[in-house]
Design a protein around this ligand. Structure first.
Ligand SMILES: C[S@@+](CC[C@H](N)C(=O)[O-])C[C@H]1O[C@@H](n2cnc3c(N)ncnc32)[C@H](O)[C@@H]1O
Length: 726
């Protein structure tokens, strides 16, 4: 358990008065108003400070006044009830001034989600309960605040809740159900959707007449659909049924909500019911057809169902005519969330893995290049700025767990959450088992657990892998997302699948023939050539030491040989400046030096360890020599070193430069330790060019075919190799 200070520590000797707090707060608000576009960074939880969320109902807690809050203390078993007396100041969190029934005032800082269904419910004038509050010093001696990290630790109380002390009770602002309905409609027209939901809820509570309630449920369902609160929208839609022919609307809304949750089977059931009641309605027909298409993708998942090329075209908008002369980087991405289903179950299943917890396994034989699965992201913000991508995903996860708990909590919380929680990480605490359950009307959300799940399971995704292979592609522009099915897959440095991205679709292809029952592996990150360096990364990121055939094999090589490889690789990198030549004429003497070092490096790979295994430290010098000899149009040498590149990635190719092999077979006839990357495609293209220059046209053609096939694995679908030159 983390060292949370549960015992009540000393109450601070002095705190600012209510007047001073309000005055300072107003000054901050004024400043904020003058820069409305100020960035609002989302706070990242710090695991060393992790503490669990409250799992108790406010009704089980002892309510204490603000003046009893002890500094740096988690008040377990206690709660506070306060009225919000200011608008929020939104920075890393949303800070408001609150007062209790005795007139004590303090600062309430709510982190992580200013716009979730829970936190949008702490507006000025409302009464909120904070469960088991954490009172924290904010820097200056008398500057304290009630710090809420877990969104479920703060509850918006309904005005009529009997738990509210008399002094804080305003009485309902509006009296009748009709008044609340009108207020809801007004908020809806003003696009203040959270307030509309709040008012419709009050209207529903204030009336017991089903004839009045049904249309309010419909309105609240529609508003929740706009807010993306699909769980609530579905429940409201179903509650709006009256048993008559007008129920088509209820089924239509429930179908759209289920669609929003990507449950196309359920969506189809509701939309079919809607269609039965109102067969000629064009909106239902359209949604129903859309849903059928998703179901076909889920079942078949073949190339034609997905039309990957069409999706790619939909992802990029080339700058308008006035800027056509500008570079390709002017291309702007639009809607990266593609309206497609996930094709998961025909080829894969989740099962226990021999060494790594659960894993993904082949449910049938698959050929090299075949689509293993296609998965739409469960969550992926459209945020490609590397400085913001992680925080954006974290915020989205928290928000969705608040807003759609019944569909998301189970699958997300079931993901592997790293080494702690019973796995030996003593900075963390055991899960309570209440995560995701509803207490006081909201789901318990543990933000520190969410962050652990995020870091262990998220992937970085370019807008489209094919665009990312173009040399002109801007570096590092990757969103972060969560793909639940793909997260089940364990890592191997020589994996049998390869993932690529198209918008928020993750495409997984087989890189060699796979037999039914085989465990499927992917590379978590591009593997570093040196085994100790790459294993350090796996330890840091995921807490494991890799036991793939390459890592196990390389561990058989003595330390002294590893040291030798490191030394020579460092010498090559120093000599070549870690770059590859671009068509410039490299002096013969330099080429001879690199060649000499490359041979030393080859000699530092013992055949008894490396026969049949990749020799990753040799990739860079061989690629360098290919480029240098291309520059000199020395095509026989280009063939020699390009073949070495393929061999060093673990592919079986002739080592004498002979032209009597079929490169199209290399993916299926290279055993189980080859590593597929875009550099393999590049090497095949260089080979093709060199064979052609040497007069071996047929071999050149076969190399291009092999390169195109490899590019399909790398980018997810058939793409033009010319992209590699752009
Ligand atoms: C994204 S999860 C993969 C699914 C996970 N095995 C499960 O049970 O749900 C990542 C975790 O799987 C385990 N893992 C993945 N690849 C591994 C490997 N090559 N060797 C050992 N453990 C591995 C590690 O515990 C890692 O933190």
């Amino acid at each position: 358990m983390a060292a949370t200070k549960d015992a009540v520590a000393a109450v601070p000797a002095s705190r600012p008065s209510k007047e001073k707090l309000v005055k300072t707060h107003q000054a901050h608000l004024k400043k904020q108003a003058s820069s409305p576009n100020a960035p609002r960074p989302v706070k990242q939880p710090i695991l060393s400070d992790a503490y669990p969320p409250s799992t108790k109902s406010i009704r089980e807690l002892e309510i204490i006044p603000l003046c009893e809050l002890g500094a740096e203390t988690h008040h377990r078993g206690k709660g506070i009830i306060v009225r919000v007396i200011s608008a929020p100041f939104v920075g890393a969190g949303a800070v408001s001034i609150v007062e209790d029934e005795f007139g004590n005032a303090d600062k309430l800082a709510i982190y992580n989600q200013p716009d979730s269904s829970i936190l949008s419910g702490a507006p000025e004038g409302c009464v909120v309960a904070v469960k088991e509050p954490y009172y924290k010093n904010n820097g200056a001696e008398d500057d304290f605040m009630i710090c809420v990290d877990h969104p479920s630790d703060v509850i918006l109380l309904r005005f009529t809740d009997p738990i509210i002390p008399e002094a804080l009770r305003l009485g309902p602002l509006l009296k009748t159900a009709e008044e609340w309905k009108i207020a809801g409609d007004r908020a809806f027209i003003e696009k203040d959707f959270p307030t509309a939901v709040f008012c419709y809820t009050e209207a529903l509570e204030a009336s017991e007449d089903p004839a009045f309630q049904a249309p309010i449920y419909t309105k609240r369902a529609g508003t929740n659909l706009i807010l993306g609160r699909y769980d609530a929208a579905k429940a409201d839609a179903l509650a709006s049924r009256t048993g008559g022919p007008q129920d088509w609307k209820a089924y239509y809304n429930a179908g759209r909500a289920a669609y929003g949750l990507c449950d196309y089977g359920e969506s189809n059931t509701y939309l079919s019911a809607a269609l039965k009641l109102n067969p000629s309605n064009a909106s239902i027909q359209r949604e129903h057809a859309r849903c059928q298409a998703r179901l076909r993708e889920e079942a078949n998942g073949d190339e034609t169902e997905y039309d990957f090329a069409g999706l790619l075209a939909s992802l990029v908008v080339v700058a308008g005519p006035q800027s056509q002369s500008q570079s390709q980087s002017q291309t702007t991405a639009v809607a990266v969330h593609l309206d497609r289903g996930s094709f998961l179950r025909k080829n894969t299943r989740v099962a226990e893995s021999a060494h790594h917890g659960r894993g993904l396994f082949a449910a049938r034989d698959m050929k090299a290049g075949e689509l293993v699965f296609v998965e739409k992201a469960t969550l992926m913000p459209n945020q490609y700025d590397p400085a913001r991508a992680s925080a954006a995903l974290y915020a989205l996860m928290v928000r969705q767990l608040c807003d759609n708990p019944s569909s998301l909590s189970g699958p997300v919380l079931d993901l592997y959450a790293g080494g702690g929680a019973g796995g030996g990480d003593d900075r963390y605490y055991e899960r309570s088992g209440k995560e995701g359950t509803i207490v006081d009307g909201v789901p318990v959300v543990d933000v520190f657990l969410v962050e652990r799940i995020r870091t262990t399971n998220c992937f970085s995704a370019p807008r489209a892998t094919v665009l990312d292979t173009a040399p002109s592609a801007p570096e590092g522009q990757q969103a972060k997302g969560l793909w639940l099915h793909a997260s089940r897959m364990n890592h191997s440095c020589v994996p049998n699948t390869m993932r690529s991205f198209l918008g928020d679709l993750l495409i997984s292809r087989a890189t060699r023939d796979i037999t039914e029952g085989e465990e499927l592996f992917q590379q978590y990150i591009p593997v570093k050539p040196l085994p100790d360096v790459r294993n350090e990364k796996f330890k840091e990121g995921w807490g494991f030491e890799c036991d793939c055939v390459l890592c196990v094999g390389e561990r058989r090589s003595p330390e002294a040989m590893l040291a030798k490889r490191k030394e020579v690789l460092a010498a090559v990198e120093k000599l070549c400046n870690k770059k590859l030549p671009r068509r410039e004429l490299i002096p013969e003497a330099t080429i001879r030096n690199v060649d000499r070092l490359m041979k030393q490096l080859e000699d530092a790979h013992e055949p008894e360890v490396y026969d049949g295994l990749p020799r990753l430290t040799l990739i860079y010098p061989c690629n360098w020599l290919v480029a240098a000899h291309r520059g000199r149009k020395n095509y026989a040498k280009v063939v020699k070193y390009a073949l070495k590149v393929l061999r060093n990635f673990g592919f079986r190719v002739p080592d004498d430069g002979s032209a009597v092999w079929d490169p199209r077979d290399m993916y299926t006839k290279s055993g189980n330790a080859s590593l597929m990357t875009v550099h393999v495609v590049a090497a095949l293209r260089n080979l093709a060019e060199a064979y052609k220059a040497l007069g071996y046209d047929e071999m050149a053609g076969k190399c291009i075919e092999a390169a195109e096939f490899g590019y399909l694995m790398v980018t997810g679908f058939q793409n033009d190799l010319a992209t590699l030159d752009k």
